[in-house]
Design a protein around this ligand. Sequence first.
Ligand SMILES: [Zn+2]
Length: 156
Amino acid sequence: MNIPDSIEIKESNGKGLFAKRLIKKGSIVFHFDGKIGDDAHTNPESLQIDEDKFLESTAGFDNFLNHSCEPNCNIDWENLNLVALRNIQIGEELSFDYNTAEYDLINMVENCSFKCNCGSKNCIGKVKGFRYLTLEQKKEIQKFISPFLKKKFEQE
Ligand SMILES: [Zn+2]
């Protein structure tokens, strides 16, 4: 998976993806082209799309996409594209909300929850997965969550 011309990897808190040129609102930043499998084993780098559908980690640049509580990108789950939620300026870091993709980061093989440093005024502090959000927080991100999380949310 080759990194598109519009972005680059740079030091952030660890490494992150940064815009090299203006990325327009609504445009596709890149397509996640990892292998789709039905392996129930999940890790922070694989994306759970549905009950038994996982996008395996590519070990590519997409793994450097960091979390923000006020992200500038979201995932189009149907087409598996990363889409810009607003105009992203040159030099700005790209982010999406991990809680739209991860149900439970605590009860994994390893606890993968982490403290967020996004600095947004709506920062939730610790990122633990969709399961641990308040009902209000869940409703706020509902339209961006994966098909898997939608099912989980309906069951709650
Ligand atoms: Zn945050």
